[in-house]
Design a protein around this ligand. Structure first.
Ligand code: NDP
Length: 431
């Protein structure tokens, strides 16, 4: 079946056959195609009229005689065609009104840290929006550690990416064409159609955002699901109390850096771990946390935590798992809480690693350990946005972005989550 949106043949040689087919202008469904001027909306009419006028001038230049009536018929037929009345007009082989779509596909499944071979940039075509749809051009796409799980062919809380299919993820873009009353050209929207430059939508699951308050890409980071992960994890799952001691792993990352600062706003003592001196400096001097250490330079994370938190930890916000989790359990206070947000240290393992060898201490210390998925807590969106907007306006929260340019470089930006020296939120900017 051709794409729902089609226009007149670009090849002018096809026009006489196309124009002379009376079924185009009636409701007879002889070719599987029908439509009348009632099917058209003014916006379509204007655009296609312009198209038809251009074609008319081209025909006249070629010396063809095109009567006014034929031109009107042409416009009606083209507009009706664009209105997605029906689609099986193979007879005329009309090309669709398309633009080039570039997307990143999963080429193969990694069994360790992903490599560039696991991805493929594919060019395709995307049609103009049909009635009720709008077309978005992505400006920013998000790369996130959870996507590594989707590269595996296994059951999880999100279905796996399919080989040979485009990947998906958070994105912010602008509506560039709309046939949907709720979305206008120029609107900034957040959706889940990342890893590509354009996408069509009916609006389901898509949010309009106000790019006046903060930069549009902040809706993928501090004001988006990333910030909300920190907010929900600390407040709803961890039930963070004023003045406690909080340990955060991957503390300079997208989620961790916000966790650290929300905990500081609650007057907590905050300790962070991160993978480079630059990150440690940012955490101490910009995010304002109490202590931070580079875990690559620490022989024993457990001993380091005991040194930095001699009275113990009330809440551990775990982004890493592995040795960090084991070390945190060792330093937890009785009745402490462990918020399991992510365990990135194991995402590239081909086989699951054994759990912390001191897990039994959960019993003696009466610890509470709870995992969560931010998307289960969307009821928190408005209260999160209210608080976060206020904190941003009052300069209470700072954030960093690591920006990679170009869709073709998105795979490398993703790989850098596991191996690179990125800080804050990892984003890909599309030109
Ligand atoms: P980050 O921006 O923190 O990027 C990942 C960082 O993890 C890297 O920069 C690196 O920082 C650190 N890291 C990578 N590999 C290792 C390793 N082997 N050991 C220790 N640290 C490592 O990502 P996000 O903030 O987006 O995500 C942080 C965590 O939160 C992830 O585990 C993610 O899966 C989870 N998450 C969970 C959500 C939920 O709903 N539960 C929602 C969003 C994220 P460094 O140089 O400091 O080591």
């Amino acid at each position: 079946m051709p794409s729902p949106v089609a226009i007149a043949p670009r090849n002018v040689a096809q026009w006489p056959k196309w124009r002379n087919n009376s079924s185009l202008l009636t409701n007879k469904n002889t070719t599987g195609y029908r439509g009348t001027v009632e099917d058209c909306n003014p916006q379509q009419f204007f655009g296609v009229s312009r198209f038809a006028s251009e074609q008319y001038l081209r025909l006249r230049e070629k010396g063809e005689n095109v009567s006014g009536l034929r031109l009107i018929r042409l416009v009606i037929a083209v507009v009706a065609r664009r209105s997605e009345i029906s689609h099986s007009n193979q007879e005329f082989n009309m090309p669709v009104a398309t633009r080039t779509l570039r997307s990143v596909h999963l080429a193969s499944r990694p069994d360790a840290v992903p490599t560039l071979d696991n991805f493929k940039v594919v060019e395709d075509e995307i049609s103009s929006p049909a009635k009720g749809e709008f077309l978005v051009r992505n400006e920013w796409i998000s790369v996130d550690p959870y996507m590594r799980g989707r590269m595996r062919d296994s059951d999880s809380y999100v279905p796996p990416f399919q080989i040979g299919e485009p990947m998906e993820g958070g994105c912010v873009g602008r509506v560039i064409e709309s046939q949907c009353p709720d979305f206008n050209e120029g609107d900034y929207v957040v959706g889940n159609m990342g890893w590509r430059d354009h996408w069509l939508s009916t609006g389901e699951g898509v949010l309009k955002v106000d790019a006046e308050v903060v930069s549009p890409q902040a809706y993928l980071g501090v004001l988006g699901l990333t910030g909300m992960t920190a907010y929900v994890g600390l407040n709803k799952i961890g039930k963070l109390l004023e003045g406690g001691t909080v340990f955060v792993s991957a503390a300079s990352g997208a989620v961790g850096s916000i966790v650290c600062q929300i905990a500081k706003l609650k007057n907590c003592k905050v300790i962070g771990s991160a993978g480079s001196q630059a990150k440690i400096d940012w955490l101490k001097h910009e995010a304002g946390i109490d202590a931070a250490f580079n875990y690559h330079e620490v022989a024993d994370v457990s001993a380091k935590l005991k040194e930095l938190c001699p009275d113990g930890i009330d809440l551990y916000f775990d982004n890493v798992g592995g040795d960090h989790l084991e070390a945190a359990i060792e330093s937890m206070k009785n009745f402490g809480k462990i918020v399991c947000c992510g365990m990135i240290s194991s995402y590239n393992d081909s086989e699951p690693q054994p759990g912390p060898k001191n897990l039994f201490k959960i019993i003696g210390k009466r610890l509470r350990m709870q995992g969560f998925i931010v998307r289960d807590h969307m009821d928190q969106t408005s209260v999160f946005q209210r608080d976060m907007t206020q904190w941003i306006k009052n300069s209470k929260i700072k954030w960093r972005e690591t920006v990679t340019e170009g869709l073709e470089n998105a795979p490398q930006a993703f790989i850098d989550l596991f191996t690179g020296d990125k800080i804050g939120k990892s984003l890909v900017k599309l030109s």
